[in-house]
Design a protein around this ligand. Structure first.
Ligand code: FAD
Length: 363
């Protein structure tokens, strides 16, 4: 009898698994994908959707159609519980499924802050909620609302600048509040380019300010200073999905699934985990879409080797990825190996890379 493989979450790595399965099916392997949505956002293009450069549909991969092509059963539901010991998953539809092999690619959550009742705060993850909020607010003909983006990483910078571009012809003020400098860890020239872009859009930049609470109409800082804000967008960094805590899978320090270099759980060899929900023990790769994409290239080979009882290939994180950070208008920063350059050419480069990636999974 064939073995069963449950793919949970249609993240960047699993879409590559589906593409490879469509090209080269594995005999005797009954595969199912579980995801609450029939399509998944490609995060690289999300700032462009917010800015209005792309239609939302251009930045999504159709999971349902990919499954059809790969002859994979698609369950449009979330997995609510994993029982790794007994090889079972439970879904929001009330179903229970047994698996021989499990692969997790469920992404991550946004790190939370204390939010008082009545305050309006939207996390950047899940991305659908953020895009819906922006689309709804963009329909309002008049809005004086003040919006604060909390966070100082690449996602926070891209989101605040994309909003500034989209809402450039309306009243209301945008601010970005970061507990450290903007784009810490990137070259100084990248930071300067981000600050110059914020200045051009008249975005209020508050660096070195820790947010302690979000209240209705304001964001409260550790310094005691309140900042008037009707909408707070949380780009506060990565948090592990809750599902993992009760799964029986050994966790890394950050609460993600601890795996070896073959992307295999360190305590349940028939479970694999990739992308933002996993950490390779001893690895130093960032939690990013790029990491998930790179892991997707080897994941099916690892699963296939495990199913056949053969030695598993190892994933190598590769060289430092090129970071392309969009600046609201059609310009971007390109940064790698301590060097950062800015211009419209970098945005065109990013646009070409992103469109090529999406096209690979278009059905
Ligand atoms: C605004 C923004 C811009 C970004 N830009 C970039 C960028 O340019 N480059 C880059 O490398 N990274 C970028 N990132 C980071 C990137 O979004 C994440 O690192 C990446 O999405 C992680 O991919 P993943 O494959 O782990 O999962 P995801 O792509 O997050 O997919 C997870 C999937 O799992 C599903 N799922 C979740 N929970 C369950 C469940 N319980 N049961 C079943 N299915 C479930 C979800 O519906 C989703 O389809 C950006 C992030 C943001 C917020």
């Amino acid at each position: 009898m064939g073995r069963t493989l449950a793919l949970v979450g249609g993240g960047h790595a699993h879409v590559e698994v589906l593409r490879q399965l469509a090209e080269k099916p594995i005999s005797d392997l009954d595969v199912a994908l579980f995801d609450p949505s029939p399509s998944v956002w490609y995060s690289g293009m999300v700032p462009g959707v917010i800015a209005g450069h792309y239609e939302p549909a251009e930045a999504k991969v159709n999971l349902w159609a990919l499954c059809q092509r790969a002859r994979v059963r698609f369950f449009e539901t979330s997995v609510t519980r994993i029982d790794a010991q007994n090889q079972r998953i439970y879904t929001a539809l009330g179903e229970k499924h047994f698996y021989d092999m499990l692969s997790l690619n469920i992404g991550g959550a946004t790190r939370q802050l204390p939010i008082m009742e009545g305050a309006f705060a939207v996390p950047v993850k899940p991305i659908g909620g953020l895009v819906d909020m922006v689309e709804e607010r963009s329909q309002l003909t008049v809005s004086h609302a003040r919006t604060a983006v909390i966070g100082g990483g690449a996602a926070a910078v891209e989101v605040v600048l994309a909003l500034a571009h989209r809402w450039s012809n309306r009243e209301g003020q945008l601010s970005i509040i970061s507990d450290g400098p903007l784009l810490a860890g990137f070259p100084a020239s990248a930071r300067r380019a981000a600050l110059a872009a914020c200045a051009r859009y008249r975005i209020q930049v508050r660096e070195g300010q820790r947010v302690v609470r979000i209240e209705p109409g304001r964001v409260c800082l550790a310094s005691g200073d309140p900042i008037v804000s009707h909408v707070a967008i949380l780009a506060t960094g990565h948090a592990a999905p809750e599902l993992i805590r009760t799964s029986g899978l050994e966790m890394a320090r950050d609460g993600t699934v601890a795996t070896n270099e073959s992307l295999q759980s360190v305590n349940q060899p028939n479970v694999f985990a990739v992308g933002d929900c996993a950490s390779v023990v001893g690895g130093r790769h960032p939690k990013s879409g790029v990491t998930s994409v790179r892991q997707g290239r080897v994941l099916l080979s690892c699963l296939d080797a495990y199913a056949r009882g053969q030695p598993l290939p190892k994933w190598q994180s590769g060289t430092e990825a090129l970071a392309l950070i969009s600046l609201g208008d059609r310009r971007a920063i390109a940064a790698r190996n301590g060097i950062a350059l800015t211009g419209a050419w970098a945005w065109r480069w990013k646009d070409a890379i992103d469109r090529r990636w999406i096209k690979r999974y278009a059905v």
